[in-house]
Design a protein around this ligand. Structure first.
Ligand SMILES: [Zn+2]
Ligand SMILES: [Zn+2]
Length: 196
């Protein structure tokens, strides 16, 4: 079964859609310091992070995400060399998605903030509940009770299975952020002092 979710940035210049395919995604919540640093870099923490400094991500295969409008408004950064690519809009500084720094890896973490839902119920129906909250030790203030302090080891086999299935079925491509091996825009590596 699959569902289509509409994507739109805060200002409406970047639009697209996401196919939600059952058995091919993880709806997670990340409280890590890197996601928080990315939001700081975009100078848009209030629109990106929740009160604990968390970000909701929908991890799936790149071929399921399409950007249909505002292709010229895509920016990409790495917090460090060889770090993951963090894609964002340049119109309103909203995160789009994270990918690995290689086009070969069938993985994308789409920002749930981009998704258009009329209400909370519609969202839960489309994405299901958050199944894992990671890196709670980086929470701002008290750690949410349902969060894991780090990345839970119990989740690793699920990710590995997902990756193997994706590699086997070549689900890394097409990707909204790569043309072949090349990125759609130049990815900037942030200097250390820029992301404190
Ligand atoms: Zn994170
Ligand atoms: Zn925008």
């Amino acid at each position: 079964m699959s569902n289509i979710v509409e994507l739109e940035c805060l200002c409406g210049e970047v639009k697209g859609n996401l196919r939600v395919v059952s058995g091919s995604f993880f709806h997670v919540h990340c409280l890590c310091c890197d996601c928080q640093r990315f939001a700081s870099h975009l100078e848009n923490k209030e629109n990106i992070l929740d009160k604990h400094g968390g970000t909701e991500l929908f991890q799936t295969y790149p071929e399921f995400m399409k950007i249909t409008e505002g292709l010229g408004k895509i920016g990409g950064v790495q917090l460090k060399e060889k770090g993951i690519y963090r894609w964002h809009t340049t119109c309103c500084n909203m995160p789009l998605a994270n990918t690995m720094c290689s086009a070969k890896i069938p993985f994308i973490g789409v920002s749930v903030k981009l998704m258009k839902f009329n209400n909370g119920q519609e969202k839960v129906e489309a994405l299901g509940p958050v199944i894992m909250k990671a890196f709670g030790k980086h929470s701002i203030g008290e750690m949410p009770k349902d969060a894991h302090s780090k990345f839970p080891a119990s989740f690793m086999p699920k990710i590995m299975g997902f990756m193997l299935k994706g590699i086997f079925r070549k689900k890394n491509s097409p990707s909204p952020f790569f043309n072949g091996k090349k990125t759609v825009t130049k990815v900037i590596v942030l200097s250390k002092d820029e992301v404190t």
